[in-house]
Design a binder for this molecule. Structure first.
Ligand code: ACO
Length: 381
């Protein structure tokens, strides 16, 4: 029997993994054995990374060692800063700047002088927030702020952005977000990373490729537009006419629908709970109430206008709300997603390296056959 074409690889199982499992019909996400709801609200990002990379939560001394290794990497090669300055001069989007800067991390000096590759996995992980924060400040015409050795990954990111230490609620909300998005099965960017590493290329190359995949609006680029939609709606009575008009124009509502989840995205639930906690102490409560109304209206209209498509709230809708509540501008939503997801990309690269099998699917040729070569003088119009 001829192999069947699967457009978009829907339903194709292309890898076995112990890192995370997605059950789209049940609306469940398991991360290295833990239901997402069990771990996302309690773990620090460093604990989550250790779990993803080693399949076991760290002990106290192990966590301290990992934390101090990350701290040693939180500075950038001079050339990376030059690239970021050039990107800021042309006001490039943050994801483009991160993509370009990530490739230059190969030039990082290893802080402990170890012989391992300078672009070590800890270095890549530690430097992502440094790049994003430095670039964001350069874009505002401000100098980058150095990381603080006594702060963890999430708190350092917020501090490097603003210069002041964040509130504990903001840090916890960001830890929950980063843990929630750290891995998610064989999504497009993770698949990209695995394909690259399957050629025995290196992990930094895989991370750069994955960033390119994450940048697209159908993957990591949705939360900014999701929040813009809430702002554009502006008041509860406008939700229905604005959303209905968008759907009737054939537009997609950002933050809704998912290739795998045909029920509510469990990450949306975890982030909704985190947002509810955060907005009880921080942020714009009116905006939060409006967003909840927009969500309810969108779900009702999607059910009415796109019946049977089973479109539910995805992770991006509550990402937008949560990150806005933490104080991040929407331009930083996708890069902050990358800061979390790079942990999963690296975990998958390590797993793929152990598996060591080239990923090389086939395509079905649909073009002409037996065309005849014609010299250029004989080709007319
Ligand atoms: N708004 C309106 N209609 C939608 C939406 C949406 N958000 N999502 C899907 N549909 C409709 C499609 O138009 C299509 O309708 P049709 O049958 O009349 O042609 C039907 O639902 C099925 O759509 P597909 O394109 O087959 O769904 P797919 O599985 O490819 O899409 C995707 C998944 C890309 C996430 C889609 O739901 C979408 O574009 N959502 C908006 C963007 C978004 O929120 N992206 C973030 C996803 S989460 C993440 O990547 C981290």
């Amino acid at each position: 029997m001829a192999p069947q074409t699967m457009p978009g690889l829907d339903g194709v199982i292309a890898a076995e993994t112990r890192i995370s499992g997605v059950d789209g019909e049940a609306g469940e996400l398991v991360i290295a054995g833990f239901p997402l709801e069990e771990i996302a609200g309690g773990a620090t990002f460093e604990e989550m990374v250790t779990l993803l990379w080693n399949d076991v939560l760290p002990t106290g001394p192990e966590l301290a060692r990992f934390t101090s290794r990350l701290a040693a990497f939180r500075n950038l090669p001079a050339v990376t800063l030059e690239v970021l300055k050039a990107a800021a001069a042309s006001k490039m989007p943050v994801m483009d700047a991160l993509l370009m800067a990530a490739a230059t991390l190969r030039l990082s000096a290893h802080p402990t002088g170890e012989s391992e590759s300078s672009a070590s996995i800890e270095g890549i992980l530690a430097q992502f927030p440094v790049v994003v924060a430095a670039y964001w400040r350069l874009l505002q015409g401000e100098e980058p702020i150095a990381a603080r050795p006594n702060l963890g990954h999430a708190a350092n990111y917020l501090t490097m952005l603003t210069g002041s230490a964040p509130a504990a609620e903001q840090v916890r909300a960001l830890e929950t977000y980063l843990c929630t998005v750290a891995d998610h099965g064989l999504n497009a960017s993770t698949f990209t990373a695995r394909v690259i590493v399957s050629t025995r290329s290196d992990i930094l190359s895989a991370v750069v490729g994955a960033l390119g995949a994450l940048k697209g609006p159908l993957h990591g680029g949705a939360p900014g537009p999701a929040l813009d939609m809430v702002f554009e709606i502006g008041s509860a009575e406008r939700a229905e006419p604005v959303l209905r008009a968008a759907l009737e124009r054939g537009e997609r509502l950002m933050g809704f629908g998912h290739r795998i989840y045909k029920v509510r995205d469990p990450r949306a639930d975890v982030l909704a709970a985190a947002a509810s906690r955060l907005y009880s102490t921080e942020g714009d409560k009116d905006l939060y109430a409006l967003a909840l109304h927009v969500e309810r209206t969108a779900l009702r209209l999607l059910d009415e206008i796109k019946p049977g498509r089973r479109l539910h709230t995805n992770v991006e809708f509550y990402t937008a709300l949560l990150l806005h509540g933490i104080g991040l501008p929407s331009e930083l939503f996708a890069p902050t997603f990358a800061i979390g997801r790079v942990a999963g990309w690296i975990a998958h690269c390590l797993e793929q390296q152990r598996f060591d099998r080239l990923i090389r699917p086939q395509s079905a040729y649909t073009g002409d056959r037996n065309r005849k070569w014609m010299p250029i003088e004989q080709r007319h119009g």
